[in-house]
Design a protein around this ligand. Structure first.
Ligand SMILES: Cc1cc2nc3c(=O)[nH]c(=O)nc-3n(C[C@H](O)[C@H](O)[C@H](O)COP(=O)(O)O)c2cc1C
Length: 172
């Protein structure tokens, strides 16, 4: 059961050198998280293990970002993303995440890893604006067209800058 949490305007900040780690099964259910993950998110380990990773999803995050993330990792590729997460008390914390598939000995994906670190302030400021525009677009067009519309917005921004998603994200 997912409790409804009200976001509050209080930021939790990662320390330089902190690594926030979690692991999921192929369906996005949490199978491991490290101590820093627990501290930041404010959950106990037993509340997180087996829960969907969207337990820390912040409502300011556009759906298009997660669609893109899942599409990328399910194809066996790594994905970098700036993510605003929500702790159990409603506080938020920004991370720079690197999500990778975890392959078994036969080369099949048997889960995913995410390693997150402290993001640069300027990158967060920029991504805040981009995500706000994507979210507004998702709300404007409605659920059915939300992902196409917000990813379309992101793609046209990248086209304007004549760059790819990964090149852009890694340049911030
Ligand atoms: C390894 C891994 C780590 C993830 N980490 C996060 C995270 O920190 N925050 C988050 O909101 N979603 C994270 N996700 C994505 C969630 O599974 C989910 O797609 C997202 O929260 C959107 O929720 P929704 O699909 O219910 O809309 C992660 C997924 C994987 C596979």
């Amino acid at each position: 059961m997912k409790r409804k949490i009200t976001p509050i305007n209080h930021e939790r900040v990662l320390k330089e050198g902190d690594f926030v780690v979690s692991k999921t099964d192929t369906k996005g259910r949490i199978t491991y998280c490290n101590e820093i993950f627990l501290e930041l998110s404010g959950y106990q380990e037993k509340e997180l293990l087996g829960a969907q990773h969207n337990i820390i999803r912040h409502p300011d995050m556009p759906r298009g970002v997660f669609y893109f993330l899942w599409q990328t990792i399910a194809q066996g590729n790594e994905c970098f993303a700036y993510v605003k997460n929500m702790a159990k008390d409603g506080s938020y914390y920004w991370v720079f995440a690197n999500v990778t598939p975890d392959f078994d000995e036969r080369g099949q994906i048997n889960g995913y890893f995410s390693v997150r670190r402290r993001p640069k302030k300027e990158a967060v400021a920029l991504m805040t604006d981009i995500y706000a525009a994507m979210l507004a677009e998702e709300k404007r067009v409605g659920t059915k067209d939300a992902i196409n519309a917000s990813l379309g917005l992101l793609t046209s921004k990248l086209d304007e800058l004549n760059t790819s998603y990964e090149e852009f994200i890694l340049s911030l």
